[in-house]
Design a protein around this ligand. Sequence first.
Ligand code: BTN
Length: 322
Amino acid sequence: MWQSFLQIHSLQISLLRVTVCSMEQESLTQLIQTGHQDYSQALEEQALELGISVIRERNKLKLTRPIELLSEEKIRSTLKRPVNLELFWSIDSTNSYLMNSTDPFMGYRVCLAEQQIAGRGRRGRTWVSPFGDNLYMSIARRFKRSTTDLGGLSLAVGMQVAKALRQCGIQQIGLKWPNDIILGQGKLAGILVEISPLVADEFNVVVGIGVNTRFRDEDAKLIDQPFSTLEGIMDLSRNDLAGNLINGVLEGLDSFARDGFASFYPEWDKFNLYAGKKVFVHLGDSIISGQDAGIDLGGNFKLKTEDGIRIFNAGEISLRVE
Ligand code: BTN
C-alpha cells in the first residue's frame, strides 16, 4: 500500500510530507532515525523502493549507513527570518513544484525534498537526486522587474551559495561561470534559476540549488560530469547546511531586488576560479578558445581571443576548461 501511495503521489508531484501519517511511514521513519527496526518484508520493500540501502540481520532490518532526515525544526533554528518552508520525502522536482504552483504568496517560499524523481539541471540535464543524500532545495520569490533586469541573477545566486559554503568552513569553494560551484576537480553544487511571468511587470523567480553531500556508488554512476561531494571533507549536517544556504540566498535575492547585479559585479573575481586561464567556449557546434577575461556589468562572459574580446551570455554557450 505504501509503495503505490509513493509511486502515485510522487508522480503527482507532492504529498509525501515529512509528517508521519501512517503506520508504514512511521516504521520507515523509525528505521531511518534509529538505524534499525523489526524486520518485515513490507518495510524492506518500502526502503528499497526509496533507494535506502538496508540489510537483514536475523529479525532486524538495519540501515547500511546512517541518514540524517531533513527537519523543519532544525532548519528553522538556523534561519534568520520566517519563511514558508515545505519539506517532502519524494517529489518530481522542487523547482517544478514551485514553478507550477498557483498559490499567491508574498515573501519567500522554500521547498526541500529527500528525493527528486525528476530532478532537473541546466541545459536540459538530469540532476541525480537519490533519497536522504545531498540537498535538493528551491526558493521562490516575486520580482518586480523586467526580464532583462534579471541578467546576472544566476551569477549573484552562485556567489551567495559559494559565500555560504565558505562560511560553513569549505574555504576552497570557487565558481565556474555562470554559477557552477566547484570543489577540487568537480562540481559540488549546481544552480537552476527559472523565471515565469505572473502579472504585469511581476515575475515568479525560482532558484533551485543542489549540493552533493555524498552518493552511493550506484547513484554516482548516473552522473555524466566530474563531480565532488562533501564526504570526507566536512561532516556538515544537511539541516545546518540548508539553513545557512537559505539565509545566504535570501539576503542575496533581497539585495538583487534592491540594486540589481551592481553590488555583485565587483565581487566576481573573488570567486572566479578560471580568471586569466585558457578556456573553451562551446557555441553550437563550434569551439572557440581564449582567455577568461571575467564578466561585464550584466554578468555576461568575456573571452579574450586573438581578435579581441568577445561577449557571450549564459543561454548560448557552455564553458569548458579543457
Ligand atoms: C545545474 O545543472 O548545475 C543545476 C542543478 C540544479 C539542481 C537543483 S536540485 C533542486 C532543484 N530542483 C531541480 O529539479 N533542480 C534544482
